[in-house]
Design a protein around this ligand. Structure first.
Ligand code: NAD
Ligand code: UGA
Length: 471
């Protein structure tokens, strides 16, 4: 029997659920796509008339929302109705690291996946394909299947009594900031499953815009595990280049030259070799932590120790930046003003989860300085939540460790002793350093943790300069 998929529901309207369903809706006009969430405020933002007020910022997203919303793409908090109407249900809920209880600090918190499976078991009707889109520990599909199958025994809500579930794994590989392009032209789509019919039903959806040779099908466990491993390998690459950035600073080698030299080897490749203040984002640390937890669970201590180092190098890299700033500014930044440029964890997103800027700002505040933060897309309220500290409207003479939000690079840098570039927003590449330098307190410093500014222009402006991997 071939499945006829007409109606899709996605549980979770976040950074993955929103953009991935928007791209499906755009490329499959015959499909009805409903994205549901228990967070009504988030759903209201997805339904905002003003497309600049969508809950997430992604280049190219608002154009697709404009095209499809209200046509075949809908955002709703009526979870029950849309589960009941769906032929295929994506689970795209958050799976953060547990903060307490068994496995705290390492294991994924699966309570939202568990509750989604239970909602599906309660409301689904007929034959339903359930697709794991969230990143999950290997073997989670077994848990989902068990919850769903138990519900069949007690399926009073399905009057036709033909309830049947099929579970697939279809992890998402999009990166924030390039999500739409990643979804439109992915390197691959991965689908893990146990029966050909349900796998084929999902392959048929992706075939609408993705060449078939890019669609990889595997068993469930390979698919679940591959997602964790892809993130672990990417994060490991960043820790590798970051460890070498410190060696470059000590030896006089230049990280950008080393990157070019090693990246030209096709076996190594030149992507994902930018040293920086340490990787941030909601997933790398979480997914490696989960890999460590799983390895320990299976008694593979050496494997878990190996991946633990990737996290440790990352934390060390972020920490050493503040130490360096304090050293360069005569071993005290107390009551000095530092301008922090960028707060999101990478450019082209308003996401601040695990952003290295949070740790750097907290470390700077700990040293009693005044910080003015500018980010083109992050709202000051979001920064207040991340730092757990309200912003001061103006700096006071006797309070140490306070921050304000600035509306531009120029405003943030006025009277500053130092500027720290923490996110690689494009506009920071093209700053008029001579103009900025005039308004800074002297001796003025620039710390470029992303290695994006033109060294010659900064030197010409007369600013003292430190750049990651160059010293
Ligand atoms: P998110 O926190 O932005 O969104 C998750 C949403 O799920 C939230 O809005 C939450 O309210 C909703 N939710 C939770 N339980 C629910 C329930 N029972 N019913 C309805 N809604 C519910 O998370 P995200 O960044 O979109 O990540 C989702 C998953 O995708 C995670 O497993 C993550 O690891 C993975 N992932 C994320 C990215 C990324 O770039 N953010 C990329 C690839 C994979
Ligand atoms: C990452 C992966 O790239 C995606 O494939 C995956 O789907 C996603 O995690 C996920 O599972 O959530 P994302 O975290 O959005 O995507 O962004 P990345 O581009 O991977 O950047 C992660 C962090 O590494 C950022 O802080 C970024 O600044 C840093 N980074 C990245 C570097 O320091 N150097 C690099 O060369 C690349």
């Amino acid at each position: 029997m071939k499945f006829k998929i007409k109606n899709i529901c996605c549980i979770g309207a976040g950074y993955v659920g929103g953009p991935s369903m928007a791209v499906i809706a755009k490329n499959c006009p015959d499909l009805e796509v409903n994205v549901v969430d228990i967070n009504e405020e988030r759903i209201n933002k997805w339904n905002e008339k003003n497309l600049d007020k969508l809950p997430i910022y992604e280049p190219g997203l608002k154009e697709i929302i404009d095209q499809c919303r209200g046509v075949n793409l809908h955002f709703s908090s009526d979870v029950k109705r849309h589960i009941a109407n769906a032929d295929m249900i994506f689970i795209s809920v958050n799976t953060p690291t547990k903060t307490k209880g068994l496995g705290a600090g390492q294991a994924s918190d699966l309570k939202w996946v568990d509750s989604s499976a239970r909602e599906i078991s309660k409301y689904a009707k007929g034959q339903t394909i359930v697709v794991e889109k969230s990143t999950l520990p290997v073997k989670t599909a077994q848990t989902i299947k068990t919850i769903l199958e138990e519900s069949i025994i007690d399926s009073k809500h399905d009057s036709q009594n033909n309830l049947k579930f099929y579970v697939l794994s279809n992890p998402e590989f999009l990166a924030e900031g390039t999500a739409i392009n990643d979804l439109e032209n992915p390197d691959r789509v991965l689908i893990g499953g146990e029966d050909n019919q349900s796998i084929e039903a999902l392959v048929d959806i992706y075939k609408n815009w993705i060449p078939e040779k890019k669609i990889i099908t595997t068993n469930l466990w390979s698919s679940e595990l591959s997602k964790l491993i892809a993130n672990a390998f990417l994060a490991q690459r960043i820790s590798s280049i970051n460890s070498i950035s410190a060696l470059c600073e000590s030896t006089g080698a230049d990280i950008s030259e080393v990157k070019l030299a090693i990246g030209s080897d096709k076996r190594i490749g030149d992507k994902f070799l930018n040293s920086g203040p340490g990787f941030g984002g909601s997933c790398f640390k979480k997914d490696i932590s989960n890999l460590i937890y799983i390895s320990n669970h299976y008694g593979l201590k050496e494997v878990s120790d190996y991946w633990q180092k990737v996290i440790e190098i990352n934390e060390w890299q972020t920490k050493r930046i503040t130490k360096l700033i304090v050293e360069k500014l005569f071993n005290t930044i107390s009551f000095k003003k530092i301008s922090v440029l960028g707060f999101s964890f990478k450019a082209n997103t308003n996401d601040t989860r695990e952003s290295p800027a949070i740790k750097i700002c907290n470390d700077l505040l700990e040293e009693s300085c005044k910080i003015s933060i500018y980010d083109p897309k992050v709202h000051p309220k979001q920064i207040e939540d991340c730092l757990n500290l309200k912003q001061s409207k103006i700096f006071s003479k006797n309070i140490c460790g306070e921050w304000t939000f600035s509306n531009s690079v120029i405003e943030a840098s006025q009277n500053a002793d130092a500027i720290v570039i923490t996110t690689e927003w494009d506009e920071f590449r093209y700053i008029d350093w001579e103009k900025v330098h005039k308004d800074m307190r002297k001796p003025a410093w620039l710390f470029d943790t992303r290695s994006i500014v033109d060294v010659d222009l900064v030197n010409k402006a007369g600013i003292n300069f430190w750049s990651i991997g160059r010293g």
